[in-house]
Design a protein around this ligand. Structure first.
Ligand code: SDX
Length: 436
């Protein structure tokens, strides 16, 4: 980061000593005001719940411009990666900072492929869950449990340990997600098949049975691969910040990623794709397109607590570039599956059109985000709604790892420990119970 020649001066109206704060410039995006010495010099904290104005770190991985609707992974626009690369190339890029050449791509693919199996003991964790357990409850448990099997790679300060646990996590997430799905429907687990690509292998583990050969459909495999690319990383979002904070204590990578899985589950974050599809199904049940007006009225009524799931974003105050790509993928998959008249997709496009013309949403800069269409695509791929966020976690694992490794690799990093504005009771004495 480059020191700016602009300085910020903080002064107080009560005559307390003012303070000069240095500014730093990034390669693109907003400058930052360095407040690291603020408390030591003024005895005051900054106050920013939700971190709307706070940069928690400096990073070289993902850049988002919310006004332009721009998303870059290591400088490459998401539109180019999603159409010209596959997910494993994107993983290589996020982890190492450059796209692989042909030889590097082959080696990386082989490395990941050879780590797709999980320890046979993992099955016994699954057996402990009810069959109808939510897949994200299962995934939170399974990912954390991985740390019980790899004592040879849990020292996060050891670069070799970080490298092998990154490969193991990227390689095993599809196997674990497919196992969570199979367990829920009472079908036998399908082992990975090394002759298949990463995404074709995932589709086979999800939909094959021991009773017959399963031929992955190239269009559907390409679609799920693109879904993985679009969800791979996204700057310092809630789950990534969780992984960084968790990892800053020095815990092992599997535990830190499990914390990210738990955070992603929330409906305001990764759980929004499941919530968006359920919202569309509810509108459909109540009468479809004719009922959109009534639904929008509910959303505008603050007391209803109804949100337009799949709309709005803390950073994108313009269209989420991933939503555009997801909508295109939607068209392709619905055509390929013969579901082009899918009423939910038509309903989604009608809802999007109405919302984009309604001042309530326009004035609040509420546009469709990545989650609005991803549920429809996944449904068309045969993926159950309850598994959508687990798929998101599968894809986001590489981003979490890249961000975690960047933090651990930063010589300046230390354990994250925010402070607070205390507004509770000042010191008081305990009274004997008879006097309370
Ligand atoms: C993801 O951070 C990331 O990068 C996340 C993510 C990633 O890749 O990691 O992009 C993935 O999580 C995408 C977001 C998925 N969530 C949803 O689709 C859930 C619905 N969206 C909202 O919960 C909300 O938009 C958030 C949480 C996404 C963003 O909320 P903000 O930025 O804190 O905005 P806000 O809650 O302060 O809302 C501003 C106004 C409010 O109205 P007023 O009080 O000003 O009158 O907009 C309203 C909100 O009530 N609003 C919505 C709305 N989202 C915000 N009103 C209706 N429907 C919505 N979806």
């Amino acid at each position: 980061m480059t020191p700016s020649d602009v300085k910020a001066t903080l002064s107080f109206s009560d005559g307390s000593p003012s303070m000069e704060l240095p500014l730093y410039k990034g390669s693109i995006g907003p400058d930052v005001i360095d407040i690291r010495k603020l408390y030591a010099q003024t005895g005051k904290f900054t106050y920013d719940p939700g971190f709307l104005s706070t940069a928690s770190c400096n990073s070289t991985i993902t850049y988002i411009d919310g006004d332009k609707g721009e998303l870059l992974y290591r400088g490459y626009p998401i539109e180019q990666l999603a159409t010209q690369c596959d997910f494993l190339e994107t993983c290589y890029l996020l982890l190492k900072g450059e796209l692989p050449n042909a030889e590097q791509r082959t080696d990386f693919t082989k490395l990941v492929t050879n780590h797709t199996m999980v320890n046979e003991q993992m099955q016994f964790f699954l057996r402990g869950f009810r069959r109808d357990a939510h897949p994200m409850a299962v995934m939170t448990g399974l990912v954390g449990a991985l740390s019980a099997f790899y004592h040879d790679s849990t020292d996060i300060t050891n670069p070799q340990h970080r490298e092998i646990s990154a490969i193991r996590l990227i390689a095993k997430m599809p196997t674990l997600v497919a196992m969570a799905y199979k367990y829920g429907i009472g079908q036998p687990f399908i082992y990975p098949k090394n002759s298949l690509s990463y995404s074709a292998n995932f589709m086979r583990m999800m939909f094959a049975t021991p009773c017959e050969e399963y031929e992955p459909d190239d269009v559907l495999v390409r679609a799920i691969d693109r879904i993985f690319i679009l969800h791979a990383d996204h700057e310092q979002n809630a789950s990534t910040s969780t992984v960084r904070l968790c990892g800053s204590s020095g815990t092992n990578p599997f535990a830190a990623i499990a914390a990210g899985v738990a955070c992603l589950w929330g409906p305001a974050h990764g759980g929004a794709n499941e919530a968006a599809l359920n919202m569309l199904k509810d509108i459909q049940r109540q009468g479809g397109v004719e009922k959109i007006g009534e639904f929008i009225k509910q959303v505008k009524d603050k007391n209803s607590n109804v949100k337009l799931m799949g709309f709005g974003h803390r950073v994108y105050k313009n269209y989420d570039p991933r939503a555009k790509l997801m909508r295109e993928t939607c068209h392709e998959v619905l055509q390929a599956t013969g579901l082009h008249d899918d009423p939910l997709f038509k309903l989604a496009m009608a809802l999007e059109k109405i919302a984009l013309e309604d001042d309530y949403f326009v004035s609040r800069k509420l546009y469709p985000n990545v989650d609005f269409y991803s549920g429809i695509v996944q449904s068309a791929l045969g993926i159950p709604v309850s598994l959508f966020t687990a798929i998101f976690a599968l894809a986001r694992t590489v981003g979490w790892i890249a961000q975690l490794n960047e933090m651990i690799g930063d010589p300046e990093y230390k354990i994250g420990r925010p402070r607070q504005l205390f507004v509770g009771s000042v010191a008081r004495n305990v009274k004997p119970i008879g006097e309370r």
